[in-house]
Design a protein around this ligand. Structure first.
Ligand code: TXA
Ligand code: MG
Length: 316
C-alpha cells in the first residue's frame, strides 16, 4: 500500500522516516514529481530502478537543499558557481565532477566520475530535503517510458503499490524537467528544460554546445566512457574453471568468490553490482566469470551493464 501524505509537518516527518529506512517517497518539485530515495544507499537507489522498471542504470539527478550541500557532492568551478547563484533554487541541473568524499551510491552516477545535482525551489521539496538532511536521488516518478507526473494522482496511477509514499503538494508549476547543463568540459546543453538555454548562455557569456555526439565522454549513461573492469568479463557462466574469478548469483553459486545475491534477489544484486565489479577487478588474476542473471525486473538493467562490461574494448 502506497501512503498518500499531506504536505504538512506530520506528512513530511513520515516521509523523512520512510526515506531514512531506505524506502521510496515521491515528492513534488517545481518541474515534475520526483521518485526520491537516499542517494547514499545502494539498496534505496536499486529500488528506484526496480520501481520504475528501468531496463538500464542511467545516472540519476541528486537533489540537495542548498548550494553548500551541492558543494559536498560535486566540485564547483567559477562557471558552476556563477550559474548556481543565478538559477538555484530552480529548474536547473548541473553535471559536475563527482567529489570523491561524496559517498553517493555508485548506482546514482552509474559509476561515472561526474554527478548531476540540483537544488529544487518547491517548498515541499525544500522542507523534505531539510528534514531528511541528506542527498536524494530522484528521477521523475513515473514508470519507465511513461509521461512524467505533475500531480500526486499521476504518481499514484503509475506507481501505487510499488513505492512507500507520495507527498501531495498539488500541481507542479513548471511541468517539464529541469534543464541539464554539462560543465565537466565546455558548457553543454545535455537536456533542454525549465531554464531556457539562452538564459544560461547570457549568464556564462558563452554559447552552449548542443546535440551531443555519442562519443563524447560527458554524455549520459549509455556510453562506452563507463568504467569497465580491466579484466575480461564473461557472462552466463554457470561453472567457471580454475583461474577465473567467479562473480556468482543465487543459491547455485554459493561457492563463488563473490555472490551478488546468495538468495537470488535482483534488487540486492543491483545494489551490489558496481561495488562487486570493482572488487572482482582488484582481486581477479584471470577473467571475471558472471553467473547467469535472469532477464526480468532489475535483471534486465544488470544484464545491460554486464553486456557493456563484456563488450570488446575501444583501443586505449
Ligand atoms: O526536473 C527534473 O530534473 C526531475 C525532477 C524530479 O527533479 N528529475 C529528473 O531526474 O528528470 P532524472 O534522474 O530522470 O534525470 C536524469 C537525467 C538523464 O537524462 C541523465 O542522463 C542525466 O540526468 N544525467 C544524470 N547524471 C549524469 C551525468 N553524470 N552525466 C550526464 N548526464 C547525467
Ligand atoms: Mg523521466
Amino acid at each position: 500500500m502506497t501512503e498518500l501524505l499531506n504536505a504538512t509537518e506530520p506528512g513530511i516527518a513520515r516521509a523523512t522516516q520512510l526515506l531514512q529506512e531506505g524506502a521510496l517517497v515521491a515528492f513534488p518539485t517545481e518541474t515534475v514529481y520526483g521518485l526520491g530515495g537516499d542517494a547514499r544507499s545502494d539498496i534505496a537507489v536499486a529500488r528506484i530502478f526496480a520501481a520504475k522498471g528501468r531496463p538500464r542504470f542511467n545516472p540519476l539527478i541528486v537533489h540537495v537543499a542548498d548550494l553548500d550541500s551541492a558543494r559536498a557532492v560535486a566540485v564547483f568551478d567559477d562557471r558552476a558557481e556563477r550559474v548556481a547563484s543565478a538559477f538555484w533554487p530552480g529548474p536547473l541541473t548541473l553535471v559536475l565532477p563527482l567529489r570523491p568524499s561524496a559517498r553517493l551510491s555508485p548506482l546514482v552516477t552509474a559509476d561515472l566520475p561526474s554527478v548531476a545535482v540540483r537544488v529544487p525551489a518547491h517548498p515541499v521539496a525544500q522542507a523534505l530535503l531539510r528534514a531528511f538532511g541528506g542527498p536524494l536521488a530522484a528521477p521523475s516518478a513515473n514508470p519507465s517510458g511513461k509521461v512524467s507526473p505533475t500531480r500526486a494522482e499521476h504518481v499514484m496511477a503509475g506507481l501505487s503499490g510499488r513505492i512507500a509514499a507520495v507527498v501531495d503538494g498539488g500541481a507542479c508549476a513548471v511541468g517539464v524537467e529541469s534543464t541539464i547543463l554539462g560543465l565537466t568540459d565546455g558548457p553543454a546543453l545535455l537536456r533542454p528544460g525549465g531554464i531556457p538555454a539562452e538564459a544560461l548562455e547570457e549568464c556564462l557569456g558563452q554559447r552552449l554546445e548542443t546535440g551531443g555526439d555519442a562519443g563524447r565522454p560527458n554524455a549520459p549513461g549509455q556510453l562506452a566512457s563507463h568504467y569497465a573492469p580491466a579484466a575480461p568479463v564473461r557472462r552466463d557462466v554457470a561453472a567457471p574453471g580454475p583461474g577465473a574469478f567467479w562473480l556468482g548469483f543465487g543459491p547455485e553459486a554459493l561457492a563463488a568468490d563473490l555472490n551478488l545475491s546468495p538468495t537470488g534477489d535482483l534488487v540486492e544484486a543491483a545494489a551490489n553490482l558496481f561495488h562487486y565489479l570493482r572488487e572482482a577487478d582488484a582481486r581477479a588474476t584471470g577473467p571475471i566469470c558472471v553467473s547467469p542473471i535472469p532477464d526480468r525486473g532489475l535483471g534486465r538493467a544488470i544484464n545491460d551493464r554486464l553486456r557493456r562490461a563484456a563488450a570488446p574494448r575501444p583501443p586505449a
